[in-house]
Design a protein around this ligand. Structure first.
Ligand code: PMT
Length: 225
């Protein structure tokens, strides 16, 4: 919708997991399905935004009208996200692996040669933090997600401060019937500069529509000179 409230706005959305190779046949990954991030990309597009979706491997369908860049690793996701800049808003919904194997071997690690009993890891770049702390060309609104299993609000607030994003969407990823990671429903706490709001449990599409509307309210206001 070119007449929507986000017409003329460019938004970056990261989604899905990253996969970090150990050797040519093995990797480290997580249970993110990409559903929440894809739904956000579609909802922002429906409000008129030009959306660039940077996604790790998922089985989700690419939303219509959304420019998509597929990546595997956190480092690739970082490069693709930086290439998408400048944007008016960035929504980092991807479950980026915090660590990757320190050494990536080009040959399959053989059990007979000592195997995989010790796997040194090294830290991955932080996409959200990098974008939120840009000195030049920082998006007007930077939205992070926080996947937590306990003290969801406390940990999310600390994460927001540490990363320097404007808003954070906290969700509980404790295992269970309605686990946010991999499932179809989500219960979120939206933390903005005005405080925190707990939303009732709803589908990921509904979370996406609600968040897109809030983003539109925050960034679509015409600038009064
Ligand atoms: O994909 P689904 O199955 O639909 O599940 C959705 C979800 C649970 C994955 C999603 O709603 C969610 O919570 N995404 C963030 C998951 C996560 O990795 O959270 P975190 O608390 O580890 O990271 C905090 C924030 O920093 C996130 O915005 C994350 O995208 C970002 N980050 C983290 C590490 C890193 N190296 N780079 C980042 O950009």
């Amino acid at each position: 919708d070119t007449n929507g409230p986000l017409a003329g706005k460019r938004v970056l959305v990261t989604a899905g997991p990253t996969v970090e190779p150990i050797d040519p046949v093995r990797y480290i990954a997580n249970r993110s399905s990409g559903k929440q991030g894809y739904a956000i990309a579609a909802a922002l597009r429906n409000l008129g935004a030009e959306v660039i979706l940077v996604t790790g491997p998922t089985h989700e369908h690419i939303p219509a009208g959304v420019e998509t860049v597929r990546v595997d690793t956190a480092r690739e996701m970082m490069t693709a996200s930086q290439n998408a800049l400048p944007v008016d808003c960035a929504v980092c919904c991807a479950a980026v692996a915090d660590y990757r194997p320190a050494i990536e071997t080009t040959h399959k690690i053989k059990k007979e040669r000592g195997g995989l009993t010790d796997l040194p890891l090294t830290e991955n770049p932080d996409i959200l933090k990098t974008i939120a702390q840009l000195k030049e060309g920082r998006p007007q609104l930077v939205v992070g997600f926080a996947a937590e299993t306990d003290d969801v609000l406390g940990h999310a607030e600390a994460k927001m401060a540490r990363k320097g994003c404007d808003w954070i969407v906290a969700n509980d990823v404790s295992p269970g019937a309605n686990c946010a990671m991999g499932g179809t429903r989500n219960t979120v706490i939206l933390i903005t500069e005005k405080g925190d709001e707990t939303w009732p449990e709803m589908s990921k599409d509904e979370v996406a529509r609600g968040l897109a509307e809030r983003i539109a309210q925050a960034i679509s206001k015409p600038t009064i000179v």
